[in-house]
Every structure is written in C-alpha cells, then in structure tokens.
Write a protein that binds this ligand. Structure first.
Ligand code: NI
Ligand code: MN
Length: 226
C-alpha cells in the first residue's frame, strides 16, 4: 500500500484506490511547514480521538474534500454541530465494511476531548483489512494486553505505533506492542513534534532491530510503498 507521511500521527494510506487520511494535524506542526493541505484530498478521514494534535485540520480537509469521517459517536456529534455531515461513527469492538475494505475499531488506552472541551468519547485504534493486506493504526495509546487479541483475527502486515512516550507508549513498550500484534514492520509516529516527545530515532531503530523488527521511518512529505 502507498503510504504518505504528513508528520506527527498524520498519514495517508491508499487502499484499493481509496485514500484514507489518519489524524490530520499539519498546519500547526512546525516540522510540516512544507505540506500544503489544499493538496490533500482524501476519500476517508479516520480520527482516533479529539485532541488538537489529531484534529487540527479535520474541519478544513473534511470540508474541502467531502471525505467520509470515521470517528467516535461523540466526535461525530461535534462534527454535525459544525455542519460536517458525511460521517460514520464506530466504537470499540465494532467492524464495518467500506468500499475499500473492513475497518475494525480496537481499544486505545488514552483520553479524548475536543479542543473546545467537548467530550470526545472513547479513543480508538483502527485495524484496516482488505484484499491488499491489513494494517493497524494504534492512535494514541499505552501498550495494552488487549493488543494480543488483534492478530487472532487479523494478520497485520504493518502497523503505525506511537513511540514518543510521555503521552503514549515509548520505544520499549512499542517493541512489546509489535510482539503482541505479531507484526515485524512498524511505522513510528507521535514523536519529535513537541519537546516532551523528543526521542532518539536511531536508538529506536536499534531496539526494534534487536527484537527482529524493521522500523520504517518516513520523512515528512515522503511517500513509500509499504
Ligand atoms: Ni492524544
Ligand atoms: Mn496526541
């Protein structure tokens, strides 16, 4: 699948010709200054939770693209209040078949409120399954024992895991998460954007390599076949 990195936890993944955008946070990101969000035209926007570093550009891109926003029930209500009506709400444990494949919502241990203080519902992780393969987008989360359930029903080809610590799991726990989901190709996210989540990416690569995993580090703006 073709994967483009827009910084922090924001990625575009092409699945069966459909463009899926995850957690749009670009314009406030100092590291993503070269990205022009008017060029980002997804078919779907999947939002893990309501924190500003995951929804900053959600309204703008949802309006410009008319993409279907997949998110929690509470985040959907917030979008409806802003007249963004093309939405599909889900919650932990649920699956839905879209035209590109199946989305399964899995648990994320975190919190979720919108920038204006509105309650955002449960924070979500997503497993995407299609005839092109399957991947896991963890969202913001700690490592959880629940992650061991994911490979029972989905063979994960690659996974987006946060590694920045402080607000989410850090490098060592992400190595454990990779083991839990039985996936050896990990794309790191949620690191270096802010002072509190700065990490040594070379150290991260070494630790994943020692565990037998490949850490696939994308530069901001880079597109790669994964
Ligand atoms: Ni968060
Ligand atoms: Mn975050």
């Amino acid at each position: 699948m073709k994967v483009t990195y827009y910084g922090h936890s924001c990625f575009m993944v092409e699945v069966n010709g459909e463009k899926l955008l995850f957690d749009p946070f670009i314009t406030p990101n100092e590291l993503a200054r070269e990205i022009d969000i008017s060029t980002i035209q997804p078919d779907y926007i999947l939002v893990s939770h309501g924190h500003a570093d995951h929804v900053a550009d959600l309204e703008t891109i949802a309006n410009s693209s008319n993409a279907t926003v997949v998110c929690s029930f509470e985040l959907e209500a917030w979008l409806h209040s802003k007249d963004i009506k093309n939405t599909h709400s889900m919650n932990h444990g649920g699956e839905w078949t879209f035209d590109f494949g199946v989305v399964k919502c899995v648990a994320a241990v975190h919190s979720s409120s919108l920038p204006d203080g509105t309650y955002g519902g449960n924070p979500l992780g997503f497993v995407i399954r299609s005839d092109e393969g399957a991947f896991y987008f963890a969202g913001d989360t700690a490592v959880t024992l629940d992650m061991q359930l994911i490979p029972r029903t989905n063979k994960i080809d690659f996974a987006f895991l946060p590694i920045g610590s402080n607000y989410t799991m850090g490098i060592d726990d992400a190595v454990v998460a990779a083991e839990f989901i039985k996936c050896d190709r990990i794309v790191p996210m949620h690191y270096n954007t802010f002072d509190w989540i700065k990490i040594d990416i070379e150290e991260a690569k070494r630790k994943f390599n020692v565990a037998g995993d490949e850490l696939i580090v994308l530069n901001i703006g880079e597109t790669r076949e994964i």
